[in-house]
Design a protein around this ligand. Structure first.
Ligand SMILES: C[S@@+](CC[C@H](N)C(=O)[O-])C[C@H]1O[C@@H](n2cnc3c(N)ncnc32)[C@H](O)[C@@H]1O
Length: 338
């Protein structure tokens, strides 16, 4: 892209979507790969109070709301495909080698590898699921089959199934892992194979639009057997409903907008659930681990997905890190009992 065009794109991004969006989009379209150290420090270093204030105040809330409301009209599948259907080989360059979780791990010490940290997370979720060996379980947004496989490896004999909206993941889950996974939108579809003893989600409720939340929790509640458990790991906003970061995230998850944590809890309780566990976990070490692995695999990554996609993920991980560092969002594991 020529220089005058990049300047005019920056100006129009800035006017419409604010400073951080304009900077991020400009860096994503950099004509060269973003240098790992400079790029991480660019996003993670503290900004002056004046710049921080301006970055959060513009565009004003009415403009942010109008833009986000228009993005939310988009079909779920469009946003999911643009983020997940990039290339399975590309994701394999930075995810843990064993289970390919694309969700927050649990680093218990500086010595933990990403693989160990993902196992810690999976073990914690497994304990929250309180499985005895025969329960029928559905994983909403099962990704590359990670948790279904972990549960299988733990010796579970009950029926396991999963939904995804990513065609690349579906191919991997069905053909490589031989899992019972279907391309099903858990927001719009009926859970016709229920009832389930357990319903699980790890990192997929973030894609449920604010207006859909209540109905999704009701559907999960209705699809569970009496005393059944829903176990969810997700992150949610801790601040106002239309922050600037909601706009920034459209670069990476178009059509998705987080809701505030208390809205999840209210929606679950109004469906009839009792909340029996709610813990907070730190996403930052996982984001840094993915970033370091991606940067170390720069050449292969660009060969697989091209420069722009490489730069997009190199921009996404530090911005997401900053998002948690500044406590705009928090990651929770929640158990809900019917
Ligand atoms: C961040 S990934 C997490 C994958 C997996 N749970 C893990 O821990 O690695 C989000 C997953 O949610 C799925 N997803 C998001 N919205 C969905 C929807 N409406 N219906 C079905 N799957 C959805 C995506 O396809 C993807 O598999």
């Amino acid at each position: 892209m020529n220089y005058p065009k990049r300047v005019s794109d920056f100006t129009s991004d800035f006017m419409n979507y604010g400073l951080l969006y304009a900077i991020a989009n400009k860096r994503i379209h950099s004509p060269t790969p973003l240098p790992a150290e400079e790029n991480w420090s660019f996003w993670s270093k503290p900004r002056s109070a004046g710049l921080e204030f301006f970055a959060r105040a513009y565009p004003p809330e009415s403009k942010r709301k109008a833009y986000l409301d228009s993005m939310l009209k988009q079909d779920h599948a469009i946003g999911i495909e643009s983020h997940y259907d990039v290339s399975n080989e590309f994701y394999a360059l930075f995810l843990d080698t064993q289970y390919k979780f694309y969700t927050c791990a649990e680093f218990k010490s500086n010595q933990d590898t990403l693989e160990t940290a993902q196992e810690h997370k999976a073990r914690h979720l497994l304990s929250l699921l309180e499985l005895n060996g025969n329960e029928k379980l559905l994983d909403l947004g099962c990704g590359w089959g990670s948790m279904l496989r972990f549960i299988q490896d733990a010796g579970h004999r009950g029926e396991l199934s999963g939904f995804t909206l990513s065609k690349e993941q579906l191919i991997y889950d069905q053909h490589k892992l031989d899992l019972n996974v279907s391309l099903t939108n858990f927001v719009t579809a009926l859970f016709k194979d229920g009832p389930y003893d357990r319903i699980l989600s790890i990192g997929s409720l973030e894609h449920v639009k604010p207006k859909e939340l209540k109905a999704v929790y009701q559907k999960i509640y209705d699809a569970l057997v009496p005393k059944g458990l829903a176990v969810h790991q997700f992150f949610s906003f801790e601040r106002e409903p239309y922050p600037v970061s909601g706009i920034l995230m459209q670069l990476f998850f178009p059509g998705s907008l987080l809701v505030m944590h208390h809205r999840h809890i209210e929606a679950a309780e109004s469906a009839g659930f009792m909340i029996t566990h709610d813990s907070v976990h730190d996403y930052k070490p996982t984001l840094k681990a993915w970033y370091d692995r991606l940067a170390a695999n720069q050449e292969k990554a660009i060969g697989l997905v091209g420069l722009e996609v490489f730069n997009r993920y190199m921009t996404f991980f530090p911005i997401a890190w900053l998002f948690f560092q500044q406590k705009e969002a928090e990651l929770h594991r929640v158990v809900m009992k019917k």
